[in-house]
Design a binder for this molecule. Structure first.
Ligand code: NAD
Ligand code: DAU
Length: 357
């Protein structure tokens, strides 16, 4: 792993991964290709901006030629592909961008890699890896009592977001099967932690609670997700890059499945305890049950035996400790929070998704 192209590195998980990789691989050069959509911010990488082993390039993964030039210019041997439209609710209100970025974008990047790695052949094949970061949502939804998803479970995506990710997974696999592109795929559960854009449940609830705004819980709040701290996700991806077998997929999950309402109530309790401002205590009084997400998946649960038995990975963070650390992170980064809140695009999203709910 000498020259690593990270796509979507200015987003939540990508930025955490770049921080992680620069530490974990002291000789690697990391090139971050990001279009800086509403979800990407260079604020997330301020502290590594001057690192000589880090290069930022603004660009679109849908541009095969541009991606190809980057691969050649930096002699890229490893691609870690995070760039995507990632929010389910946005995919319900406007699916087209998800098809463009997640499907066409992944296809374009695969084409660039095929040309540079497999046709021009200037790097030796055994040192190359296209790692695709995917989601547990490709598996659909579990009924009560159904067993957790394994790597063998059939895909049954329910939202336009999940369908676009499933499609991209199939494209990656097909490039391995047809052209011999060396790839790995990880399907991961819900991440939380520093730098998460506050459209997703955990940061949205933290920021609304601090402002005394309603805490919107969709439907009955009994939907179940599997929660994973982003640092554990970064560690798992790194391990798959180092030791995972080419052509394999690995499930990654946090080994905990609370109901959404429990997550929201836990955040309220943490804020009751640590927030200096007494105005909105108890914060749970701010909870509001609102209209459900259309097609809302009921339950997710990941079977992570493969990555733990093959690669020895297990999550380190417990949900209790991880949530406390995350609330503290948002409390201690007011400038980061203010910068996002001031963006017109963010205010517009809150109106579009919540005003008539
Ligand atoms: P995010 O929305 O926070 O960040 C996405 C990043 O991709 C942004 O920096 C954005 O600017 C960039 N981007 C978007 N379109 C682009 C394009 N056309 N060209 C270049 N860059 C572009 O996303 P995230 O939550 O960090 O998720 C990262 C990846 O992990 C996604 O592929 C997502 O499907 C997957 N994933 C996320 C989670 C989660 O809980 N957040 C869980 C499992 C898998
Ligand atoms: O499972 C992995 C997926 O997790 C990733 O692939 C996605 O990129 C990521 O966004 C996330 O998707 P979810 O839809 O599960 O995450 P979100 O934070 O949007 O919602 C989590 C749960 O909380 C979900 O059941 C919907 C619910 N929810 C969400 C919001 C934003 C609410 O009840 N109220 C809300 O306001």
């Amino acid at each position: 792993m000498n020259h690593v192209l990270v796509t979507g590195g200015a987003g939540f998980i990508g930025a955490n991964f770049i921080h992680y990789l620069l530490q974990a691989e002291p000789d690697a050069h990391v090139i971050n290709l990001d279009a800086l959509t509403y979800a990407g911010s260079l604020e997330n990488l301020k502290d590594v901006a001057d690192n000589p082993r880090y290069t930022f390039v603004q660009g679109d993964i849908c541009d095969t030629e541009f991606a190809g030039e980057l691969l050649k210019k930096y002699q890229v041997d490893t691609i870690v592909h995070f760039a995507a439209e990632s929010h389910v609710d946005r995919s319900i209100l406007g699916p087209r961008q998800f098809i463009e970025t997640n499907i066409i974008g992944t296809f374009s990047l695969l084409e660039a890699a095929r040309k540079f790695w497999l046709q021009e052949k200037s790097l030796s094949l055994e040192n190359l890896r296209f790692h695709h970061v995917s989601t547990d949502e490709v598996f659909g939804s579990l009924a009560p009592g159904e067993p957790a998803w394994t790597e063998e479970t059939s895909y049954a995506p329910n939202s336009p977001y999940a369908a676009s990710k499933a499609s991209s997974d199939h494209l990656v696999r097909s490039y391995g099967h047809t052209y011999g592109l060396p790839f790995t795929i990880t399907n991961c559960s819900n991440n939380y932690g520093p730098y998460q854009f506050p459209e997703k449940l955990i940061p949205l609830i933290i920021l609304n609670a601090l402002d005394g705004k309603p805490l919107p819980v969709y439907g009955d709040g009994q939907q179940i997700r599997d929660w994973l701290h982003v640092e554990d996700h970064c560690e798992a991806i790194h391990l798959v890059l180092k030791k995972g077998s080419t052509g394999s997929t690995y499930n990654i999950g946090g080994e905990n499945q609370p109901a959404n309402l429990t997550i929201v109530e836990t955040i309220c309790e943490i804020l009751d305890e640590i927030s200096a401002d007494p105005s909105y205590k108890p914060h749970k009084n701010l909870i509001e049950f609102v209209k459900d997400r259309p097609g809302h998946d009921r339950r997710y649960d990941m079977d992570t035996h493969k990555i733990s038995s093959e690669l020895g990975w297990r999550p380190h963070h417990t949900l209790t400790e991880g949530l406390l650390a995350t609330v503290n992170w948002y409390l201690s980064h007011p400038e980061w929070v203010t910068a996002i809140r001031q963006k017109q695009e963010y205010k517009g999203w809150l109106d579009a998704n919540y005003k008539s709910r």
